[in-house]
Structure formats: C-alpha cells, structure tokens
Design a protein around this ligand. Sequence first.
Ligand code: ADP
Ligand code: ZN
Length: 711
Amino acid sequence: MNMPSATTNPAHHILQSVFGYEAFRQQQQAIVDHLITGGDALVLMSTGSGKSLCYQIPSIVRHGVGIVVSPLIALMQDQVEALHQNGVRAAFLNSTLSFDEVREVEGALHRNELDLLYVAPERLMMARTLDLVERIPVSLFAIDEAHCVSQWGHDFRPEYVQLSVLHQRFPHIPRIALTATADSATRREIIERLDLTGAQQFISGFDRPNIRYRISENRGNAREQLLRFIRNEHPGDAGIVYCLSRKRVEQVATWLTSKGLTALPYHAGLSAPVRQQHQERFLREEGVIIIATIAFGMGIDKPDVRFVAHLNLPKSLEAYYQETGRAGRDGQPANAWMVYGLQDVITLKQMQASSDAPEAIKRIERHKLDAMLGLCELTTCRRQALLRYFGEEQAKSCGNCDTCLEPPETWDATTAAQKALSCVHRTGQRFGVSYLVDVLLGKEDERISRFGHDKLSTYGIGSEHKQSEWRDLYRQLIARGLLAVDLEGHGGLHLTEQSRPILRGEQLLHLRKLTRKARAKTRERKANRFGDPGNSKLWQALRDRRQQLADEQGVPAYMIFHDATLAEMVENRPQTLAQLSNISGVGERKLADYGEAFSEVLNEYRDVEESTQTDTEEETLQLFRTGMHTDAIAARRGLKTTTIYNHLAKGIECGEVSLNEVVRLQQPQLDAIRFAIEQFGGGKRLKPVFDALEGEFPYEVLRCVRSDMTR
Ligand code: ADP
Ligand code: ZN
C-alpha cells in the first residue's frame, strides 16, 4: 500500500493514495504547490498532459470546495464519475439536473461534504449560485478551457467574459485558468479578461509526443489503405476517421462494417438521436470507430482514442492539429494517419479559388492551405515542422513520425519537372493532369490528335516514368505552388511565377520519391501492442474484465482503468494486492473496488500459463459435468463464482452445456429476461437489462441467458 510517511507532503500523498500515480509530471508539482499556498495561476499545457490534477489535488488539500467552471456540460457527468471512481467527493450543477437534484447538491455544499463542484459558467453567474458561494468555504476557482474568453477563437463563450466577477467578488480565493491553446494573443486575452494580471504563468510545450504523425499518398484505394492500417495496427481499438463529405462518411462506414468492424457514421445530416446514440456507443463500448465529417469532436473527451485517420486533407494545420489531437489523450501511443492525393489538392485549391470571401481572407486561407500541403510533401521531421508553425522550436527531430522512422528518398526531379511544366505551357495552359500525362506518355487518343497535340515537342517525351509517377509529380508541383488550378472547376492547370526559374534551368528541384517498398517497415507497431502472444491474451482478458465491470455500472470502460494501467499490469504481472497497488492508476479506492477482480484475472492467467496451457474454461466445464455446484467449483479453483459463471456462459454459447443445466428459471422468468434483453440489450451492456428487471436477477444469470440467445 502507499503508506503516507511523515515526510511526504499532503499533495504528493493524495497523488499516490487517491489517484494511484507515483510522481508528478512536468510542472504539475509547482502548480499544485502554488495554488495550495493561495496563488493564482495561468496554465498552458498540451492536451493529455494532466491539467485536471493541477486543480483537483489543491481542491482536496485545501479547506472547502473547489469550483470548476467548464463549458462542456456533456462532460461534467463523466468527470464527476471519474472522480467518484477514485473516491473523491464531487458533484456538478448544470441545466440537466432536476430541481430536487440541485437542492441535494446545494445541501451537500452547505454541509461541506464536497471537494469538487463542476459548474457551467452561466449557472455560476446566477445570483442564486453566487450567493451560495458566498456562504460556503471555497478552496479555489478553476476555469477550464479558458480560451473560451477569446473573442477571436473558435470556441468563444460570452458567459466566460463575465467570469472576471469572481476576482472582484472573491478576491481572496485562488484562481487557476487552464487551456491547451497556445498562441500568445489568446494568452494575453485570457489574462486581461479574467483579471489574472498577477497570476503566475506556467507555460509548457504544445507537443503531443505520444502521437505518431504519418502521411502517405493515396494510391487510388484510400479505403483499402485504411482497412489495412486498422487491421494491422489497431484491431479492437477505438478511432476516428475524418472525411470531407456526408456521402463519403456513409460509404466508408458501410464498407468498414461490411468488413466486420464496428464503424458508425456521424454527420450533420443524421437526426440528433442517431448522432447521440453513435456518440454514446463510441464513448461506452470498446473498439468503436466513428466515421465523421469535421463536425465530430468538440466536447469529446474520450482518453483512449488510439488513432485518428484522415481520408481527406484538412484545410489548415490548425484543423489538422486539433483533429489529430483527439488521439491518445491518455498519453499512450496513438497514430495520426492520413492519406492524400492529387484530387484532394485540386479540390481544395478550387474551393478556395472560387470562394467569394474578401481577398484578404482568401490570402490567409491560401497561406494556410499551402502550409498544410507543405507538411504533406515534407522530407524532414513532421513534428518539428508542425511545432514550428505554432511558434515552438524543437532542436532535434522527433523519432516518432513517418519521415523520422523511414526517411523518404528524394530524387532530382528538375528535368522531369521541366517536361511536365512545358507540357502545360505548350498545350495552352488549360488541360488537367490526366490529359497532360497522356501527352507526355505519347498516348494515341482522339482528343490529342484533334487538338494536334501529337505534333508537340512534349508528345511522348515522358516514357521514362510511369503514369502514376507523373501524377505524383504533378501533385507535388501543385502543392509547391509551381502550378495553379483553374477557377472554372475543370481542373485545368496553368503556370505560376514560381515555375519560371525551373523552366529556365536556374533552379533545381528535389522531391519525395513515391515509396512503395518501404511500407513493410512501418508495421513495427504490430497487431498487438505486446510482441508475445501470451501477453496479448492477458491484455484481452484484462480488457474483457474491465468491460464487464463497466457494463455493470453503466460507465465507459476507461473509468475503471485506463489502457496505460492495464498495459502496466501485463508488463509487471503483479501477484498480490500490494503489488497491484503499485501500478500507476490504481489508487486506494480502485484497489478496494476492483483489486480482486483484476488480481483474479492475473492469477488465473498465471495458473493457465504454468499448467501447460490447460484451458481454464474447459477445466470449469469438466468439474461442472461431474455435478459440482458453481460455488464448489469456485472454492476448489480459488476463483470467484462470477468467473465460474463466465466460463459457463461461454460453454453455453458454444453449446457445451445447456442453459437449464446452469441456471434454474421458471418459464415466465426466462421469458421476462429474454424480453428485457431484446428490448434493452442491443449493445454490449447488461446494465439496462438489469435495471429494467429491477435488479431481480443477478448479472451472472443475465449473462447466461444472453449467451443462450446468441447461440
Ligand atoms: P488534460 O486535461 O491536460 O488533457 P488530463 O488531466 O485529462 O489531461 O490527464 C491526461 C491523462 O494523464 C489522464 O489519464 C490522467 O489521469 C493522466 N495523468 C495526469 N497526471 C499524471 C501523473 N502525474 N502520472 C500519471 N498519469 C497522470
Ligand atoms: Zn519526426
């Protein structure tokens, strides 16, 4: 156990005993200490780096309740639930509560029974709430997502501006404002509008080191590339796939579903209940993939999204960074994967050229798209370039992006580019890529001869490269601004000022080579996270147990334990509860609530490995067939009765034992359970079924009946 020693300070003790973490990260300690001693703070830390603890721990340590202002009502319940799981006394106040529920929370506040209270800004600003706050001890105010005060940002919330009242009315209560939005203009606005001039600033980097950035060419089969990526590297993982249009979203979702994945569409054309349901399943079930237009993501705080994939090019690096940022919030390895191709470049360029926005705005948009394209065509570290764009210099290349892991080969493309550009020039600067490539390759074609382009000097001068290589070259020329796309939307290309030095031979051009062979190497992070198949079995067993516990409580699996915690269990194989308590993420409350359940899986697993792999389910079934009662089998095997029922449920599913051998039920009871499962048991969760039956039947029984139904 994590025993408090006389020397540990209270914050550190809470970090270990409540949250189960060994040490503070980066600046956490300094921030926590600063608040505990009554100081104000402005905290800028990247997503997933652990901002929440910065105010949660001081709230617990200091006298009174910590009031957390958060704009995302949908998340409050989850945040509070996560705290409850750790045994922290927390509640929220927002418009989703009934009057009675509000009264109950207020009562708890008066009795000083809460460490943390989450409120929406508009609720806090109500006279009733402010009066209440005046009458109770308050440990601190935390203003989360503080960039919402910025009028120029995407997430502006007018109510946030009023939060400066807090300082005027409660000058002695420390305040902490937190954001992951980096730029200095926003920072200045936060300080000014929230009256935080005297606050100490804690600014740490913007980087998300656990995200691996990867961008590759769309080889005309983006869907297949995506499927291969998911199957090879993310089987059973949660992820988000972004597409540009609703139609494409639907197509990709249907297609992935037909390949056996759980892929749900999400876009503005779906009804609100359907969207809500898909989002809910994404949060609660494991391994759900959301296929979405860019509309999906705001207010999604799922920590274990293992990959974000783009089947289209985002319009800017800001959008790319925000969307990919939804991966790996738990700090575990995650992939930001994208394919893009010639058509993407042309479509976006055209959309932009034909927009009727004022010229000044168009210029900014052009600049942003060019920066995005620049990232795609880069031959050096992607992370360095991304961070540089956001004003952060990183001295070394990162070692965790595709260009670092497999440096792309480059080639001297000057001569080829001259041919490609002069072909544009000689055909009159109005044809698209396909036509131009046909001319370069000397194809016999009715249109080409009609226009007399088979007489041109560029006709047939490109036979040293394949069609795909020429298309690739044209994409890169457009991406680099050496060619521009026409306004009429036919994809016709014309030369730009920048192409002149190349045509005149005054400048060399080095480009990325299309890499086909090198792909094989990317598969380092293989199907399972653990090289050893035994480990990945244990990993799966731990995940199954986690899902089961989550289902019973109707909470998302990550509330029980994060992936990182389970991964550490696989690695360290704790054998006792004391050893389990040393795993990061296992605090006292979770140890008490779940320690046994997970120990059991770990021990069962060790036994299985030792006993030359006798199948643990088979052993239960054999004992059962001899007529032993479930409790007796549990006692004999040193397992919990629930586990024995799980084995039997699997036996029922494969038809090895029958339902009525395992559970005794009257026909009406059985009918009632079946009916409830049909009505409420759509997903994996049994909690709704359990509730619908008013808790009359234990989960073991429900699970067995369900197994019987799925036979
Ligand atoms: P943010 O709000 O900055 O996006 P969170 O507060 O949600 O990040 O924390 C991200 C993850 O890191 C959570 O799973 C959290 O429990 C974990 N975490 C935070 N601090 C620590 C720490 N000191 N040691 C281990 N894990 C931590
Ligand atoms: Zn890199």
